[in-house]
Design a protein around this ligand. Structure first.
Ligand SMILES: Cc1cc2nc3c(=O)[nH]c(=O)nc-3n(C[C@H](O)[C@H](O)[C@H](O)COP(=O)(O)OP(=O)(O)OC[C@H]3O[C@@H](n4cnc5c(N)ncnc54)[C@H](O)[C@@H]3O)c2cc1C
Length: 407
């Protein structure tokens, strides 16, 4: 299918595909088994400028936006969904800074994130604050020129590999969700330490950590988005980051189909190729159709969102206001509904397709030394993080009711 990529987008896609196939594929099993961080791959991605594809050029990026990020994440996930998080988690850290950062914050943090010199992470989840992310008990108290952080975050992807974190804490617990605020926190800040590393079903090349904050003094200039505006920062971020999860899911689904087709064509039973059975062809046909539908939805939504985002970024550079403020002016709508739809649809497709890929391969599909079961394990998380798919359905349902009320 021709999605009419520009020359630059084609180059980005081809570069990501080449690194994925030549550098990541031979070592993906090693990182899945060992759970080591794939630093040599990060180095390849840095050299190819792939961390920078969605950053504005004035911060060292290539001037693209969410679509270019999705192209990269899709290609890497087609080979290894866990390794794709080196870039996707850095994006999840960078998006709130791009959207809500002051010029000073953007100058300080974006160039390092765009070059991949320092990796990023995003941390909102806590043991008691998952789907209800506003139930945070991590607190930030203003003391002079600092905010003092106390509390625990958990399930932080890129946990110990990141050096820059966007973090959410309550600056006013009495105000509940309206007391939530966002911060930029650097690794090495006294009082900030790593807790438990999780042992996971999938995306095992991506470290998931608990983070502890014990009287951790964060400079007040690292306050992001204004006192009590944390919820807007989180929601505005998820609007543009969820397509990244969708791209990860899409790549995983495509990779599983590629492997399953290759195997089913070669595998002979009853004297013929397994793929020559009509039931196998129907299964493959459904998988391929779902993948193409997912890709079409993802590409059209991200392209439409990027038009608004790039316009807002250009206005923000002139006005000095935040990109988010400008985004509200250039866009008549929030992107929550569509962003939730792509995340929901692509991740459900990934789970279905990867499960069917195992089925198509039979017993070998279930074995650790054959790559298909890894796709199934990696797919599952895309239905859970950045809001479970129940939460995405809630968001879509809420948006539909709001639209009805407007008439
Ligand atoms: C591997 C991994 C990596 C992660 N990485 C990060 C990260 O980098 N940064 C970060 O901040 N967080 C991260 N998370 C956290 C992730 O976003 C949460 O796990 C997720 O939002 C769900 O929260 P929970 O696990 O507390 O589930 P719960 O909220 O306890 O949900 C349990 C079940 O109840 C359902 N449920 C809850 N509320 C509702 C409702 N209102 N309506 C319908 N159903 C509902 C859920 O859908 C789910 O099925 C990660 C999680 C994992 C597993």
């Amino acid at each position: 299918m021709n999605y009419f990529l520009t020359e630059e987008q084609q180059a980005i896609q081809e570069t990501a595909r080449e690194i994925a196939q030549k550098k990541i594929k031979p070592v993906r099993e090693h990182y899945d088994v060992s759970e080591e961080y794939p630093w040599p791959i990060v180095e390849e991605l840095r050299k190819a400028d792939l961390f920078g594809v969605y950053f504005p050029t004035q911060y060292g990026g290539l001037g693209g936006a969410g679509f270019e990020l999705c192209l990269v994440v899709e290609e890497i996930s087609r080979v290894c969904g866990g390794t794709a998080l080196t870039i996707a988690c850095t994006a999840l850290c960078a998006f709130p800074i791009i959207l809500f950062g002051t010029p000073k914050q953007k100058e300080k943090y974006l160039p390092d994130l765009a070059s991949g010199k320092r990796l990023g992470a995003f941390t909102i989840t806590e043991p008691e604050a998952g789907s209800d992310a506003t139930a945070t008990s991590c607190k930030a108290k203003k003391e002079g020129d600092y905010y003092v952080l106390n509390g625990t975050k958990n399930f932080c992807s890129n946990g110990n590999a990141a050096e820059i974190y966007t973090l959410f804490a309550s600056t006013n617990p009495a105000r509940g969700p309206r007391g939530l605020s966002a911060f930029i926190v650097e690794k090495g800040t006294p009082g900030f330490s790593m807790g438990k590393k999780e042992v996971k079903m999938g995306i095992r090349a991506s470290p998931t950590y608990e983070l502890n904050f014990d009287n951790c003094k964060v400079p007040a200039e690292n306050f992001l988005g204004g006192e009590g505006h944390g919820l807007s920062v989180a929601q505005g971020t998820f609007d543009i980051s969820r397509p990244g999860v969708a791209a990860q899911a899409l790549g995983i689904a495509q990779g599983a189909l590629d492997e399953a087709l290759n195997y089913a064509r070669m595998r002979k039973q009853f004297g013929q190729s397994v793929l020559s059975f009509q039931s196998s062809q129907h299964m493959a046909a459904d998988m391929a159709t779902q993948i193409e539908a997912a890709r079409s939805l993802l590409y059209s939504v991200t392209r439409a969102m990027d038009k608004d985002l790039l316009a807002a970024e250009a206005l923000s550079e002139k006005s000095g206001k935040t990109v988010y403020e400008e985004l509200k002016k250039v866009s008549s709508k929030r992107w929550t509904k569509y962003s939730a739809m792509v995340k929901l649809f692509c991740s459900d497709v990934a789970m279905k397709v990867t499960t069917d890929a195992v089925q198509l391969c039979g017993g070998i599909g279930y074995m650790r030394d054959f790559p298909v079961e890894k796709y199934m394990r990696d797919a599952k998380i895309t239905q859970i993080y950045e809001g479970t798919n129940q939460i995405q359905r809630n968001e879509i349902g809420y948006a539909l009711i709001k639209e009805l009320a407007k008439g």
